[in-house]
Design a protein around this ligand. Structure first.
Ligand code: PMP
Length: 400
């Protein structure tokens, strides 16, 4: 019955991990996957998470199902974390929110919700470049994906004029996906002044914004500073949805912890939206997992653990910044005339090198530096120890 099923394409990142595992090179480096690594290149568990897990285990809680919308306490903490404790939209009970299967699940439920109420085939505008999975997530939910200008190949920076022009040229009330901070894969974010201008155009055109926030805390090391755009748009009364992931900032990747929230005009509207989100979720996966959400609740709900989280998140962001400085120094030391300043001007987890697909292939085949063909390097995989090797590889593939 299944004999005529064709082989599906392998995921570029997960395929790269396989190739990395199989490589016998003693000096191999994995800068493909977007997961934080410590100075030894090892996965990193936060101490605040370890302590929260210990406390939770001690309580010997039951393992009953949570509701369709997840653990209410977790959801409250998650939205306060994003919108801010003193947020007007929270004070006025104008946020409909549910727990989600990490960021991906939030994006998928959000897309299903948009397709259901704005109509199948509704365009969603995503930045040109964006996280690869945005496209099939939206398309599989029945939306049609369109691009707006965002990244400039010429400067390895933001094409701000193109961005604003495209936002203006879209039909009114379009759905626009914006990365809240630490844009993946480019590491290029608007400045605060540029966000103000983006907001003005969004308001002028009455667009609906879908914020993807997968790196809150990772961009600047300060979760509140990284929520700048979210808070700006929420306070301005923009129609918005927010997809949060706690994978990177809390190091809870496989726990699948996230939240989806929708900013509404009134508490009545919240009730309606929430009821519809539950109708999307129930036939999809019934209810979310509880373990990771309990961890985040414990950390954010306890002053000492919360303070520890802020410090540990800052630590991760600081290590990445130091790795950027080191990588740039090392590659500049080798003396190409190529401009490498974008390594330190880009922020968050990724560096978008501007390498061609062929150069990326040579990074892998000639140097055992495993990276995706789009030219993205996960800075989380760069350490003080391996930076010279990666720099030498970058130099080699770009200078000949
Ligand atoms: N959005 C962006 C921009 C991401 O980079 C990621 C993780 N790579 C996600 C969403 C979702 O990740 P997760 O489902 O693991 O939370």
């Amino acid at each position: 019955a299944f004999s005529d099923i064709p082989l599906g394409a392998a995921d570029p990142i997960l395929g790269l991990n396989e190739a990395f595992k199989q490589s016998t090179s003693p000096e191999k480096v994995n800068v493909g996957v977007g997961a934080y690594r410590d100075e030894e290149g090892k996965p990193h568990k936060l101490d605040c998470v370890r302590e929260a897990q210990r406390r939770i285990l001690e309580r010997d809680l039951d393992l009953e199902y949570t509701g369709i919308a997840g653990i209410p306490e977790f959801v409250s903490h998650a939205i306060a974390f994003a919108y801010g404790n003193d947020s007007p939209v929270l004070r006025e009970d104008r946020v409909a929110a549910v727990q989600s299967l990490s960021g991906t699940g939030a994006l998928r439920v959000a897309s299903e919700f948009i397709a259901r109420f704005r109509g199948a085939g509704t365009p969603i505008y995503v930045p040109n470049k964006t996280w690869g999975n945005h496209i099939p997530i939206a398309e599989n939910a029945g939306l049609s994906v369109k691009r707006y200008r965002y990244y400039s190949e010429g400067t390895c920076g933001l094409d701000f004029e193109g961005l604003v022009e495209d936002l203006r040229a879209m039909p009114e009330q379009s759905v626009v996906l914006l990365h809240a901070c630490a844009h993946n894969p480019t590491g290029v974010d608007p400045t605060e002044e540029q966000w103000d201008q983006v907001l003005a155009v969004v308001q002028e055109r009455d667009h609906t914004v879908l914020f993807d926030s997968a790196y809150q805390g990772f961009a600047s090391g300060d979760a509140d500073a990284d929520a700048f755009a979210i808070r700006l748009f929420a306070a301005a009364g923009v129609d918005m949805l927010l997809c949060q992931s706690f994978a990177k900032n809390f190091g809870l990747y496989g726990e699948r912890v996230g939240a989806l929230s929708v900013v509404c005009q009134s508490p009545e509207e919240v009730e309606h939206v929430l009821s519809q989100l539950k109708l999307v979720i129930r036939p999809m996966y019934s209810s979310p997992p509880i373990s990771g959400a309990r961890i985040v609740t414990e950390v954010l709900g306890d002053a000492a653990l919360r303070a520890k989280w802020y410090a540990e998140c800052k630590g991760m962001a600081t290590r990445i910044s130091a790795a950027r400085v080191r990588l740039r120094e090392e590659v500049e030391r080798l003396g190409t005339d190529r401009d490498w300043s974008h390594i330190t001007s880009q922020i968050g987890m990724f560096c978008f090198t501007g390498l061609t697909p062929e150069q990326c292939d040579r990074m892998v085949s000639d140097h055992a530096v495993f990276m995706t063909r789009d030219g993205r390097i996960s800075m989380a995989g760069v350490t003080q120890a391996n930076a010279p090797r990666i720099a030498a590889a970058l130099h080699d593939v770009t200078c000949r």
